[in-house]
Structure formats: C-alpha cells, structure tokens
Design a protein around this ligand. Sequence first.
Ligand SMILES: NC(=O)N[C@@H](CC(=O)O)C(=O)O
Ligand SMILES: [Zn+2]
Ligand SMILES: [Zn+2]
Length: 344
Amino acid sequence: MTTTITITRPDDWHLHLRDGAALSAVLPDTAQRFGRAIVMPNLRPPVTTTALARAYRERILQALPAGSRFEPLMTLYLTDNTSAEDIALAKESGIVHGVKLYPAGATTNSDSGVTNLGHCVQALEAMEKHGIPLLVHAEVTDADIDVFDRERVFIERNMIPLLQRFQGLRVVFEHITTKDAADFVAQAPDNIAATVTAHHLLMNRNAMFNGGIRPHHYCLPVLKREEHRLALVAAATSGSAKFFLGTDSAPHAKSAKEAACGCAGMYTAHAGIELYAEAFEAAGALDKLEGFASFYGPDFYRLPRNVDTVTLEKATWEVPVSLPFVDDELVPLRAGSTIAWRLK
Ligand SMILES: NC(=O)N[C@@H](CC(=O)O)C(=O)O
Ligand SMILES: [Zn+2]
Ligand SMILES: [Zn+2]
C-alpha cells in the first residue's frame, strides 16, 4: 500500500523564473505544482517599475502551458532611486505584491541594488502606508565579514534598525539559513515572517564539498552548518505561521555553474513540493506541511488560500542528470539521484 498525502495546492513565495527561452524552459515545473508564486525581479535589467512588472507578467502568462491557472505575483526591485510615487503606482496596479531589497552586490544580478537603506526612506514609508511587504535578501556584503556570517551580521546592522524605524512595515526575511535568523523571526512581531527553501532544510554545508567541490550545491545565502539546518527544520515544522515555503529555485545554465567562477543558485522547481515532503517526513512532521506550504504564505500576503489540492505519493523516482535549457542544459537538484516523494 502506498502512502499518499493530499494538501491544499501550495504556493511558492520566492521564485526565479528568468525570461525569454529560459522562462519557457522552467515555468511548467512550477505551474504544475504551485497555484501562485512570488516572482523575483532580478532580471537584467531589473524589474524596477510597475510598467516593467506588467510587461514581465504578460511574458510569463504567454509562456504558460495551455490550460494552466498558475498566477504570477509580481515584485519590484528596490533601488536607491525608488520613489514614493513608484510605490503608489505599484499598489494601484493590483499586480505588485512585494518590493525586493537586494543589498548591492549581495547575489546574482544585484548590482543595481540598494547601497544604503538611508536612500530608501521615502519608498519604505510609502510601502508601510500602502501595505506592500518588503522582501529582504538579508546579507551584508563587507569584504571583512566571513561569507558564513553575512546573514547574522545583517540582522544586527540592518534588520533591527529597519524594523525599529518602520514599525508598521511588513517584512519577509527571505531564504533564512541560520539559527540566528530563525530565532530572530520567531521572537519578532507578527509583521515579520520568513521563507525557507527545501535545500536549506535538506543539506548542510558539507554538501558543497562532498568528495570534491560541488558547484550545483552553491547558492546564496550559502549552505550553513548542521546546527543551523536543524534550527531551520524546527522552525519550518513548528506550526508557526511566521515560516512559509519559498523554493528560491534559481536556474543557471550548466556551463555557468560548472565554471571557474560559478553562479549561485540551485534549481529545485522540478521537485518544488516533493523535496519539502522529504524534509518534513524526516522530521516526523508531515502533518505540518500543509500549513507551511499552503496556508501561512497567503495569510501573510493577505491573499485567499488556494481551493484545489495536490496529492503526493511516497514513491521513489529518478531525477534526470540534466534538463533542456535554452542552448545549454540545466542540472536540477538530485540530478542522477532519487527523490522519495512524487507528485500524482
Ligand atoms: N539564491 C541564489 O543563489 N541565487 C539567486 C539570487 C538570490 O536569491 O539571492 C539567483 O537569482 O540566481
Ligand atoms: Zn536572495
Ligand atoms: Zn532568490
């Protein structure tokens, strides 16, 4: 007898869909599993205005498989020059659901990011006023701060002052990777929540060096020590509405990953809910998966929960060694290996 679980259709609250042919290559994986996704704006050039977000949304809808009811939820990329007027327009549009803060230089395509939060006061006040959440890639970029400490130091230097200054702003601490972040979010007021990726629930930093350097396990924020992974599992399976699903699936061509200076990002959308089922099962907490994957995200974003369902069965399947990707290949997480849950 196979074990199955049926849950309300999940949403992905942190996703990179890219653009053009890459978008067409990856979108079906997400659309098959998730009802909606918060689509990250770090294109080249970045999605900095509602007009750009509207055009990008149309390209996503065009690329959807026929009959799909997947709904892209758009975001704007915060820059030093984002104005209160830009935020008012975003709110009015009804299609923009968050504004993403990338500290300049912190991650893939973040060179237009914020150099100093002091430059963003008017935009942040407008977001507070209009109820648009700020989504934060929470890492400092100082050369003297160890790469494994970048998230912890961001909390002290940036997150605490930000929340102090804008007490009505809703903030998503994106892709948390440390016990420090999990503890911080758990004790913070209800306007602060966090997304958690499947890969940070399933792997610690040893996965980057298992028998040799493993570029497909390199992402940002980088994988951390086992004690941090355990803290993330505890937070995600706690039943707290402050922690919800965000895959941070971030496709890069194989040639850009397997390189002298390889790109950061893991592709996980091909098993976007299945990998979480593995992590929750390992923690003995499958009963907590639906809240994390399907309820707490829409509740935080003030959107209705999905009404249809997905069913997962406990059945091992083999992940292809690579997937077609534009003129290249895409190496998904677990390539050539197996995943213990399958989407029915
Ligand atoms: N997560 C990653 O390692 N990479 C993301 C950017 C990001 O989310 O920081 C990407 O766009 O490739
Ligand atoms: Zn990020
Ligand atoms: Zn991301």
